[in-house]
Unconditional design. Structure first.
Length: 346
């Protein structure tokens, strides 16, 4: 039996336990014990009462509910996202109980994701759910429409639906440009701890805690499900995120984006792959290409970005992050070595 299960069984048999008691019995550090306790709370198997030194732990009961949930099934026609958030706010008492920065992020994320379903999904109904856990808040929005990736795939005439993931992370991709800038999901993904989208066979994850994003293939799923989570004690500030990607130097406009190259291709070889990745990036004033986990780069791929694209849009600042030293030589081969001060590699 592992340590976490020993802790669970001890709480189950003892009815009520303080962490100091567990530390003495198990002979473990306070940090190790609290790590297991937090995991059990997140799994909704135990309940924490009080805070700090007065805290004690029991199994959940009718009087000690681990989570509170606001859930609705809504008709999307003429729905106003801010009205629904206000209802959830009142029901869950969010504005009073949540930290100001977390409340602001919750408000922004919920209204952006619900608006996305209203404007883009072509679904009649939508399920929404905001859950207050002991350590975090989660938002779930699920529609039964055409699917977020399929919508982008059709709008931009992509080769296959999975290619829509690459367009989504750029930050200004929208299927209704006359109404939207396409930046809502980008900023939501930076504000959360984790944001996932599941639609058809695609499961796409933004993991801000691990500074990672990845794609998996799942069983076919109708419509789109968006899941957002943030820790209650998060120190993340929405204003800082806006400042990073829409700074004063850009008149507070969303003009800086960061592209995870491996989402498009781990082995970046051809010009056509580069052109697909570059599509729409001329809208920005600064582009950061993040090359973490990219295994190889072809001369054609590098030439298309760092010579051809730069020559067409010399006013755009280009930065490179986490490119292996061996692969940097490919860049230097295609860039004018006498005049390459515009290229920043870190």
């Amino acid at each position: 039996m592992n340590t976490k299960e020993k802790i669970y069984n001890y709480i189950k048999n003892s009815k009520s336990v303080r962490s100091n008691e567990l530390i003495k019995i198990l002979g473990m550090s306070r940090q190790a014990v609290h790590k297991h306790l937090k995991k059990l709370i997140e799994e909704e198997r135990i309940f924490k009462h009080e805070t700090t030194k007065a805290a004690f732990y029991t199994l959940p009961s009718k009087n000690n509910t681990i989570k509170r949930v606001f859930s609705r099934t809504l008709k999307l026609k003429d729905l106003e996202e801010h009205v629904i958030f206000r209802e959830a706010d009142i029901f869950l008492n969010l504005q009073k109980k949540a930290k100001n920065n977390v409340y602001g992020i919750m408000n922004y994320a919920f209204t952006e994701l619900l608006n996305n379903a209203i404007e883009h999904s072509k679904s009649q109904l939508c399920e929404i759910e905001i859950t207050v856990h002991q350590y975090r808040y989660t938002v779930r929005i699920r529609d039964y429409g055409i699917g977020i990736f399929h919508s982008i795939y059709k709008k931009y005439n992509l080769r296959y639906e999975e290619a829509a993931v690459g367009e989504l992370i750029k930050g200004k991709t929208t299927t209704i440009p006359e109404k939207h800038t396409g930046e809502g999901i980008f900023f939501t993904s930076k504000a959360c701890d984790k944001l996932t989208f599941r639609s058809h066979k695609i499961y796409f994850v933004f993991d801000t805690i691990k500074d990672d994003l990845y794609v998996e293939e799942k069983r076919n799923f109708r419509g789109t499900e968006a899941l957002f989570s943030i820790e209650k004690n998060s120190k993340r500030q929405l204003e800082d995120i806006f400042e990073l990607y829409a700074p004063e130097s850009f008149d507070y406009k969303f003009e800086r984006t960061k592209i995870s190259v491996r989402i498009f291709q781990k082995e970046c070889i051809s010009r056509s792959e580069a052109r697909r990745m570059l599509f729409g990036l001329e809208k920005f004033k600064e582009i950061i290409f993040e090359f973490g986990q990219v295994k190889s780069i072809g001369q054609g791929f590098a030439d298309e970005i760092f010579r051809v694209f730069h020559a067409a849009y010399p006013e755009i600042a280009i930065k490179v992050e986490n490119l292996a030293p061996a692969l940097q030589q490919i860049l230097f081969h295609v860039v004018d070595n006498k005049n390459n001060k515009w290229l920043i590699i870190s």
